[in-house]
Design a protein around this ligand. Structure first.
Ligand code: ZN
Length: 179
């Protein structure tokens, strides 16, 4: 079984967390990472290259319970990933959630966006992280854009951070509900 991980320098990780979950969050926030992917027989590692912290003008709307990015924002991050020959990784926050998992609307977003990115970036792996007040959840699409292959661990300096894994655990069950 392949394991998936993101290696990110501690200062970049701190900057991301500060952006996504500020001390008094007024809404969900979002960011993208651009990563070089290294693969061995048993592991796929995303290595941090660059970050894009989504600014106020790049949202159609944002609230504590949902966000929508502009088409311009999406196009710009895909273009930057393409120019860097990098994999794209999305992050957003659920600031009110201590044990986070992706929402039903996050999942319908993936159904549309992941195949699009997959096509634009020529089948590069894609990953997503949702960060809450105390933890995070994650998904990695490595073999196809329709179904995630696993979660994504974080390697921050010498520390390994594990996701809740709730979304993947509930993936099939939720899918049956939505049919
Ligand atoms: Zn969400």
């Amino acid at each position: 079984m392949t394991t998936f991980s993101l290696t990110i320098p501690p200062d970049e990780h701190r900057r991301l967390v500060r952006h996504l979950v500020p001390r008094c969050p007024k809404s969900e926030e979002a960011a993208f990472l651009f990563c070089r992917v290294q693969q061995t027989k048993i592991a796929m590692e995303f290595h941090f290259l660059d970050a894009h912290l989504v600014g106020p003008s790049e949202f159609n709307y944002k609230s504590l319970y949902g966000i929508e990015l502009t088409d311009g924002c999406r196009a710009a991050v895909i273009k930057h990933a393409h120019d860097l020959n990098a994999s794209l990784l999305e992050l957003h926050s659920h600031p009110r959630s201590a044990v986070p998992e992706f929402s039903a609307s996050d999942r319908s977003g993936f159904a549309e966006f992941v195949p699009h990115v997959w096509w634009r970036l020529k089948n590069k792996p894609y990953a997503a992280i949702v960060i809450g007040s105390r933890g995070f959840d994650s998904l990695t699409w490595a073999s196809n854009p329709e179904h995630p292959d696993g979660v994504l661990d974080l390697q921050v300096g010498g520390r390994q951070l594990k996701p809740t894994g709730l979304t993947l655990e509930n993936w099939e069950r939720r899918h049956e509900f939505s049919i």
